[in-house]
Design a protein around this ligand. Sequence first.
Ligand code: FAD
Length: 478
Amino acid sequence: MSVLIDRLSRIVGARHCLASAEELFVYECDGLTLDPVRPVAVVLPADAAEVSGVVRVCSELGHPVVPRGAGTGLSGGAQPIEGSVVVECSRMDRILEIRPEDRVAVVQPGVINAELSTAVAELGLFYAPDPSSEQVCTIGGNVAENSGGPHTLKYGTTTNHVLALELVQSDGERLRLGSRAGRSREFDLVGVVVGSEGTLGIVTEISVRLSPIPEGVETLLAIFDDTVSACRAVGSIIRSGLIPAALEIIDQRTINAVEDSVYRAGLPRDAGAVLIAEVDGAPCSLPGEVERIGECAREAGARECRVARDEAERARFWRARKGAFGAMGRLAPDLYVHDAVVPRARLPEVLEKICEIGDRYQLTLSNVFHAGDGNLHPNISFDRRNAEEVERVIAAGREILETCVAAGGVITGEHGIGVEKRDYMKLVFEDEDLLPMLYVRDAFDPERVFNPTKIFPTTRFCFESNPRARGYDRVPFK
Ligand SMILES: Cc1cc2nc3c(=O)[nH]c(=O)nc-3n(C[C@H](O)[C@H](O)[C@H](O)COP(=O)(O)OP(=O)(O)OC[C@H]3O[C@@H](n4cnc5c(N)ncnc54)[C@H](O)[C@@H]3O)c2cc1C
């Protein structure tokens, strides 16, 4: 091991190569806390050249590489693997270029999401993808997860905002993909890398699209007696032809956790759910849109609709929404944040079933989610020191995913597969569907250096018994 640490230290400097038990302890997991694993080392490179050197050494000595941003991922993507080296990109945090006339910024992967919008605000621009973790998560992590956020409904996910990338491959070579001009005639390899969860290489530079800050914005809080009525309102708002910037639902248990926390916003504690609806664009169009949303909400049973009076109140609504996961820390030491998508029209019935599953397993389940996208986040508060409770958490989680798939949905909207859901892939994919993904991974990373145990099921593929006959001549996983 000392050979590895010695060689890594020579590349990044001894200060930036962590190998003591105390230092490694904090890297044992990301936001998925169920199954911590200690890496053999953590390195913090300063630039792409150092990343290349580190990857070369790991490949040569046979250590898997786990790329890491801020470690806020919720599916175990940055969770170490036995014998792995974690490559944390937090020191690569420079905005390299801002080109307002092209509406493009070039950034290193460790740039914090919200800091890019702050940096370009004086130019009248912002970076649209806004995960609720925006104050800490990195753009490199967002690229790997194809992250979304409350404003995905109108602006799309990370993939809609990435123009070009630099990727360090397993032999240490640096590959440039895409074009800052935003048009490319080649295969969409940028699109392949976005959302590949750190399995194809380490992203060391990203060119992103910037958007103009909307001239006007209005935010409305609709208050309901129950979550199902709030879901019905979402369906009817979309049916009315509007494309709001955001439609987010917060249920009663979450409201109370938020109101007990530093994120309190004056949300009504007795409400079954609130819907935050936001519209943005030309100021003259907004009052009419707010009125239509209010009508849809009232028809679905809203007992009150409040329009934020000023920017301060609007910011309070969003602080409550974006701080909701943090506020859950008041309910139990651990939180399992689920993530699945169902067709919007099925939201009311699926949500009822999810609550029934939580009750049946006697779990503390709450919901705060991107309702406009049908992207559910059933959250289970629990204590991982209680093994029996953990078993119930996992069993309930599986049933929740099965329910979403049965309703025509998928097993992740934005948090990725990681280690958390790799064995649920077969709920939505046949072996034949997984083959092209394996080919792509092997084309980029034939030696499976990067995140080798992530995404793909650990259970055997049926074509392994005669792989060549099925057109695949490699063992699908190590
Ligand atoms: C409170 C809270 C709220 C959240 N809200 C949202 C939300 O609204 N929307 C959403 O989509 N997600 C959300 N998340 C999940 C998480 O913040 C996102 O997945 C985010 O993109 C992870 O960024 P990170 O920098 O923390 O990456 P990490 O967690 O460090 O890594 C995530 C994945 O990216 C890979 N990776 C990291 N850097 C690189 C790189 N440079 N090159 C290649 N691969 C890399 C890792 O190997 C891992 O697979 C939330 C999480 C929390 C804790």
